[in-house]
Design a protein around this ligand. Structure first.
Ligand code: ZN
Length: 325
């Protein structure tokens, strides 16, 4: 293993790191196992404070943000990765939801839901868990769950994730196993105030290692490791993922293993909206249509960003200037 083995190990860091908006990578020494722990606290609270989300959506967005922050670490790109849910049923109370993380650990999320009638509001009041909101996509096979990877200046990639389970974590783990052929464990949790999760992967063995295993020689390969880690990782409770520090989580799970944990990456809320992007959107609408909207809205075309609440205003002259070039 060529990764950062100079870094202090988990035992030394266990109680020293108190930042709860981090992604902590880890490796099990002398093994093909690597993973990440994500903890979201302030960054998550700021994200979900942008709208009056029902509890179940707050929690679902917490899981989605955690998942996006974990998954971008597995794809090694400059750019961003988002997880999107899209309902295909017009009666669904959840229309869509998306959560995004970029290579610098900047996260944002947004969801659209129905709460126009008392009945709909009541229905949301009765939902508590993330998977209640997830179930609003409809039965398995309905609705769409996908992962978008957008490298800066590169070709975007979209993966359709089968809704094989009733919760996001198991669907994503199933997808990783099917699409990348990499055994993956994913555990996600969110309590509406904090969120956290862990992803563990066993990378493919080298040809030499595979040969050694097939020849049944003692190559120092720990064949029980993955089984052991699977069992351990499932012992983690939701409240541990949402309250403990990343390094405490690692220590609690794997203190019998040789864990190497490099410096963590900070995660924070941020938005990529800009006046320039709004201008591009207005260009798409077309000049006549855009000017009509200016009139309809009393002289100012207001575009507000759902992610961060920023409002961009365009009057007639602004709109004309966009099309003047
Ligand atoms: Zn914004």
């Amino acid at each position: 293993m060529t990764q950062d083995t100079q870094a202090p190990n988990v035992d030394q860091q266990a109680s020293s790191h108190r930042d709860n908006d981090v992604r902590q990578r880890f490796f099990i020494e002398d093994s093909p196992v690597r993973g990440d722990v994500v903890r979201l606290s302030r960054s998550y609270a700021t994200t979900i404070a942008q709208k009056a989300y029902p509890e179940a959506i707050k929690r679902l967005l917490g899981e989605m943000l955690t998942a996006a922050s974990l998954l971008i670490s597995t794809v090694k790109i400059n750019g961003h990765l988002s997880i999107q849910l899209q309902s295909s049923d017009s009666n669904s109370l959840l229309n869509w939801a998306m959560a995004e993380c970029d290579q610098d650990g900047i996260i944002r999320a947004l969801a659209s839901w129905k709460s126009d009638t008392d009945e709909q509001v009541q229905a949301w009041d009765n939902m508590i868990h993330a998977k209640d909101a997830f179930a609003e996509l409809g039965a398995a096979g309905q609705g769409v769950l996908f992962i978008n990877i957008q490298p800066d200046g590169g070709e975007p990639y979209q993966g359709i994730v089968e809704r094989s389970h009733d919760n996001l974590a198991d669907c994503l783990a199933h997808y990783q196993k099917q699409s990348a052929q990499i055994p993956t464990l994913i555990n996600l949790a969110s309590d509406g105030l904090q969120a956290g999760g862990i992803l563990v992967q066993m990378l493919p063995r080298t040809a030499a290692e595979t040969y050694e295993v097939e020849q049944n020689r003692d190559a120092g390969i720990d064949d029980d490791l993955w089984t052991r880690l699977s069992v351990l990782t499932r012992t983690l409770k939701a409240e541990e993922l949402t309250t403990l520090d990343a390094n405490e989580i690692l220590y609690r799970l794997y203190n019998e293993e040789k864990v190497v944990a490099p410096e963590p990456v900070s995660l924070s809320f941020g938005c990529t909206c800009s006046r320039e992007k709004c201008e591009m959107a207005i260009e798409q609408i077309g000049e006549t249509e855009a000017l009509d909207i200016v009139d309809e809205q009393g002289g100012t075309f207001e575009m507000d960003c759902g992610f961060c609440g920023e409002v961009y205003k365009f009057n007639k002259d602004d709109v004309a200037a966009i099309f003047a070039e």
